[in-house]
Design a protein around this ligand. Structure first.
Ligand code: ATP
Ligand code: MG
Length: 361
């Protein structure tokens, strides 16, 4: 079955890394006889310039009618002074909402070729292979900040951490399901010693754990989890947590194994298309200079073909092509310094990944 991919390059380096990634996916498609079509949509600053709207209706329709969405990055200094409804980030928030994306997945895996460049000791990060699953629709990110200020009055503020049973249950189930296809261990992170929402979270985790008898469940308080992530990160498989805790822990975890240019992410809905994007932003400082590391986005595409299309074996080969490229010493400036290599351009990295993929196929 042909898979339809909505491609949203966005702004800054989003443009060049998307071009390279789609190029690789064409090679992937013919090597593995997996049929994909690509349809392009506008989002972010480019969409504002062309249509006056950071998320044109046509883009929403395109994404909703696709099997998956591949997104580069949005934003840049050109639009920084725009009024709030004309900000590039509005496009990203809007598409997340329109697609009902409630689970944000950030895998962090040790990359042998980059181990020595980690700020942590090599033996601490060597076996890291974890997945942070962050709830994306509830929690403290509830209501507009200005409204909250008015509720409390001049010299007091209030934030609301709100969750419904069904929101908690669906993210926990996603965590258990993902653990089933990984190392079968879930660590549920909360603050159940102080927060009511965390007490309910823990109760629900216990209730549904019985539905996944092959997965072990452990509860961990968020402060402890923050410490354990630095102390012994290799102990984790799937970490599932609420919105704010997940925001903080996923940024913390992302630094375990190296560069921002290497980190993929996925955001999933209940039944509709998922959205796959690199963790990094549009990096306007290096945009258009053939310097951007395309690997985070290519690894995001690998997550897409694995999670959304079920092409497990091929996804692993695509990831392997990226790792072999690093091993061969072919990399962009962001990693070159840390690994004592001479940097090459984005397009050279793309060409080498294609070559490696052809060899592996
Ligand atoms: P955003 O607010 O959109 O998340 P940010 O302020 O977090 O953006 P990024 O755009 O993610 O910033 O990147 C920060 C810096 O890291 C960039 O300015 C760039 O120098 C570097 N960087 C980010 N991604 C890459 C990449 N793929 N390749 C090379 N360098 C990168
Ligand atoms: Mg950022």
């Amino acid at each position: 079955m042909t898979k339809k991919i909505a491609v949203l390059p966005g702004d800054g380096i989003g443009q060049e890394i998307t071009e390279g990634t789609v190029d690789i996916l064409h090679t992937f498609s013919s090597l593995f006889d997996r049929s994909m079509t690509f349809e392009y949509g506008l989002i972010g600053g480019h969409a504002i310039d062309e249509t006056g709207d950071p998320l044109p209706e046509a883009t929403v329709t395109l994404c909703q009618s696709s099997d998956a969405v591949l997104l580069g990055a949005v934003g840049g200094p050109k639009w920084d002074r725009n009024p709030s409804h004309l900000r590039p980030e509005k496009g990203l928030l809007g598409i997340r909402k329109a697609l009902g994306l409630f689970a944000n997945l950030r895998p962090v895996k040790a990359i042998p070729a980059l181990l020595s460049s980690s700020t942590l000791k090599e033996e601490v990060v060597r076996d890291v292979d974890l997945l942070i699953v962050r709830e994306l629709t509830g929690g403290l990110y509830f209501g507009e900040p200005s409204e909250r200020r008015q509720v409390a009055g001049e010299d007091a503020v209030v934030d609301t951490l709100f969750y419904t049973r069904s929101e908690i249950e669906r993210i926990l189930r996603k965590g258990f399901e993902l653990a089933q296809i990984r190392k079968k261990r879930v660590v549920s992170v909360d603050k159940a010693n102080v927060l009511e929402s965390s007490k309910l979270w823990r109760e629900i985790a216990e209730e549904i754990a019985g539905d996944y008898p092959d997965v072990t469940l452990e509860h961990m308080l968020v402060d402890n989890a923050a410490m354990q992530l630095i102390r012994t990160p290799a102990q984790f498989d799937v970490v599932v947590t609420e919105n704010l805790f997940g925001d903080i822990l996923s940024d913390e975890a992302s630094m375990l194994t190296g560069s921002l240019g290497m980190l993929p992410s996925a955001s999933l809905s209940e039944t509709g298309p998922g959205l796959f994007e690199p963790v990094h932003g549009s990096a306007p400082d290096i945009a258009g200079r053939n310097e951007a590391n395309p690997m985070a986005m290519i690894l995001s595409a690998a997550m897409m073909v694995r999670v959304s299309f079920g092409w497990e074996k091929e996804a692993t080969l695509l990831e392997e092509a990226v790792f072999q490229t690093l091993k061969a010493g072919v990399c962009t400036k962001d990693i070159a310094a840390a690994t004592n290599r001479a940097p090459v351009g984005t397009s050279d990295v793309i060409a080498e990944i294609k070559r490696q993929l052809q060899e592996l196929a």
